[in-house]
Design a protein around this ligand. Structure first.
Ligand code: HEC
Length: 170
């Protein structure tokens, strides 16, 4: 072996040695840092048994007569999520604008148009009491469907009557 080869061999050995030392260092470091977390997350990869059970639970359950079905009781909705009810319109005119005008404003779907005297005359001839009744209970006279209370079921009878007065006076 020449002196040159000798030198190369020494340097090469040192480099290999350093690389091996670094490899071992990284391995040890990884074990140390991983030690705490390995136990914590081992077995948690994927879904836990409860999560699986929850996801594959049947959508419906059958209540059996004579057995304790209390667990099946429908839970009341979270009140904080409930949508606040729309406030009632203040008077007949406001009710007309908020509810009735949707159909009666333009005479949509067979609804007698507000202000159309010819359309209203035969209806008014029935008497206000009938118009009130039809507006409150709903009415199908062959022209279309007048939904009860115009579809706003929370309207009071009085508001509907005032709306009828307002509508027929237009
Ligand atoms: C979804 C559309 C719609 C809304 C909203 C609506 N109406 Fe009507 N209304 C109709 C239709 C259609 C008729 C005609 C029904 C027929 O004669 O066949 C009608 C008819 C009427 C009549 C005449 C009933 C009769 O005996 O001839 C009155 C009064 C009336 N509506 C009042 C109201 C009032 C008051 C409101 C609001 C609170 C209202 N409507 C909201 C569609 C509507």
């Amino acid at each position: 072996m020449s002196k040159h080869d000798d030198h190369f061999f020494n340097v090469f050995s040192v480099v290999i040695g350093i690389l091996v030392a670094i490899t071992i260092g990284i391995f040890v470091l990884a074990r140390i840092t991983g030690y705490e977390h390995q136990g914590q997350y081992a077995g948690k990869v994927g879904l836990s048994a409860e999560q699986v059970a929850e996801r594959i639970a049947p959508v419906g359950q059958v209540a059996v007569a004579g057995q304790d079905n209390s667990a099946l009781a429908i839970q009341p909705d979270d009140p904080s999520k409930a949508v606040a009810a729309q406030p009632l319109p203040a008077d007949g005119a406001a009710t007309y604008t908020a509810v009735c005008s949707a159909c009666h404003g333009a005479g949509i779907a067979g609804a007698p148009k507000a202000g159309d005297k010819a359309a209203w005359a035969p209806r008014l001839a029935q008497g206000k009491a009938t118009l009130y009744k039809h507006a409150i209970e709903g009415y199908q006279g062959g022209k279309g469907v007048m939904p009860a209370r115009g579809g706003r079921t929370d309207l009071t009878d009085d508001l509907v009557k005032q709306a009828v007065d307002h509508l027929t006076a237009m």
